[in-house]
Design a protein. Structure first.
Length: 55
């Protein structure tokens, strides 16, 4: 993963996806640059999947 004012790029397959807007749970959606000013993203981090809810 890498992040800059243009967005957050997440590696997948042979390429990557650039997210230009992000939203934390319970917060509003915001541009990547605005999001990154209040939330640190470190290069090389990995996303984890949440545990499934019991039904």
């Amino acid at each position: 993963m890498q992040a800059d004012e243009q967005g957050v790029v997440v590696a997948c397959g042979q390429g990557g996806l650039r997210f230009t807007e992000l939203q934390r749970p319970g917060s509003r959606r915001m541009a990547a640059g605005e999001f990154l000013r209040g939330f640190a993203v470190n290069g090389g981090e990995r996303f984890t999947l949440p545990e499934p809810a019991d039904s």
